[in-house]
Design a protein around this ligand. Structure first.
Ligand code: FUB
Length: 430
């Protein structure tokens, strides 16, 4: 059994197969993408293993430069980061302004006894983050206050929206941690959302659709778009459009229809990156997944000519790489296109590392630009409190050509890290 901290030269040039779910080392939910400095980040919730409710305790962040190989940055924000929060680390979103990163969350508040909207601030997209206020940004004792989405408009006005089963909003001040004016609420009408919100629907009446939760506010070609989980349980994703953030909103149709994703919730985020448009959502599709064990997934899509959303279906294949992956540099071991068996953990000394490595487990990197002729050296930082093991580097498949084998001996403890290196040979020469 091993722990791995970094690969200095790494693995394979594997070709396309399943890319969804994006993370296999734990359950991730409620994805919120953010592009910063040429990097795609996705902020997620964390469903506990074998949970029977959304007993969620922390938020996580992953990053990628090619959309298929994702680096796990661990959990820089958790319930403990907020003195007032004790439960339900539910959906969140991060935005950058003036060099600072604002992470809007919702959690159960010990102050009001309801759900509250909070905000953490950090100097980098991966933290560290701290509670910006030491108290919720908004709460009033009800359970409606979940799933914040944040959007900075072209005129500099930042909008915060959230809610289940109604959509609330606030105009944020430039400091991003205070607001002006009163709490607003969108009219939850049939015209705006295809039907009234779940609590107002009449029995026996068929509606086109209805807003439930998980709003994502964005703007395209001057039109505001609000995507959201819709239709009750199970949820699909729909959207509405408006000429201003406060409306009037008009129902615009279904974006991701109901299919068998093994999750009765869905929650989306949208981002453009390197000339492509991406739809982030979640399913229950890990082998041990389900309604309380969700996993983020991504689909690429193209907007219709008029800027409207096409219908986007969940797939296992997910997205293609947008550029190749160079292994000739330091690559964190917790960078993966896909993995089997392994987990990630973090501590203050080591940061994030790969652990729980057993025979036949693997980590796959995709679209790796391996030189077909040159030799290299594969270096890993490892720890093993037992006898250690072997790390094989293979191309294209777990049974593909062997490039080299790194022998890892016991290092004398699970926290005793050691660098080990092995020459890597061109394909067919190991
Ligand atoms: O993750 C907990 C809750 O489930 C979120 O806040 C909702 O959007 C739904 O995905």
């Amino acid at each position: 059994m091993l722990r791995l901290s970094l690969f200095a030269l790494t693995i394979s040039a594997l070709t396309a197969v399943a890319q969804n779910p994006v993370v296999q080392t734990c359950h991730t939910s409620d994805p919120a993408p953010m592009v910063h400095d040429g990097v795609m980040y996705v902020y997620t919730g964390h469903d506990e293993d074998r949970a029977d409710f959304f007993w969620m305790q922390e938020w996580r962040v992953y990053s990628s430069c090619d959309m298929v190989n994702w680096t796990d940055h661990g959990s820089p924000l958790a319930l403990e980061s907020f003195s007032w929060a004790d439960d339900r680390a539910w959906a969140s979103q991060v935005v950058e302004r003036d060099g600072k990163f604002y992470w809007y969350v919702c959690a159960h508040s010990t102050i009001s006894g309801g759900m509250a909207i909070g905000v953490a601030v950090g100097d980098s997209p991966t933290g560290p983050f701290r509670d910006a206020l030491g108290k919720p940004l908004f709460e009033n004792g009800t359970w409606d206050h979940i799933d914040p989405t944040v959007f900075i408009d072209d005129d500099g006005q930042a909008w915060l929206m959230w809610g289940n089963p109604r959509v609330y909003y606030l105009r944020l001040n430039r400091d991003m941690v205070s607001y002006q004016g009163e709490l607003g609420m969108l009219p939850m009408t049939e015209e705006a959302f295809g039907g009234p919100s779940a609590d107002k629907r009449e029995r026996g009446v068929t509606y086109k659709d209805s807003y439930v939760e998980g709003p994502w506010l964005t703007k395209r070609e001057g039109v505001y778009q609000l995507l959201y989980a819709a239709g009750g349980v199970p949820e699909h994703i729909s959207y509405s459009t408006a000429p201003t953030p406060v409306g009037p909103w008009t129902y615009a149709g279904v974006v991701m229809p109901l299919t068998d994703t093994n999750s009765f919730t869905n929650h989306c985020g949208v981002a453009d990156y390197k000339g492509h448009s991406y739809f982030f959502y979640h399913t229950g599709k890990l082998p041990d997944g389900g309604g309380f064990g969700r996993s983020i997934a991504i689909e690429e899509f193209k907007y219709n000519a008029d800027g409207s959303f096409p219908v986007i279906m969940p797939t296992e294949e997910g997205v293609d790489p947008v550029e190749s992956f160079s292994p000739y540099r330091r690559v964190e071991a917790e960078t993966m296109a896909f993995s089997k068996g392994v987990k990630t953990e973090q501590n203050d000394k080591r940061g994030v590392y790969v652990t729980d490595i057993h025979n036949e487990d693997y980590i796959k990197l995709r679209n790796v630009s391996l030189s077909s002729s040159s030799k290299g050296v594969f270096t890993a930082c490892v720890a093993s409190g037992l006898r250690g093991g072997k790390i094989e580097v293979r191309v294209d498949d777990v049974d593909g050509d062997l490039l080299g084998t790194l022998d890892v001996h016991g290092t004398g403890g699970w926290e005793r890290w050691k660098k080990v290196a092995q020459r890597i040979y061109p394909v067919g020469k190991a």
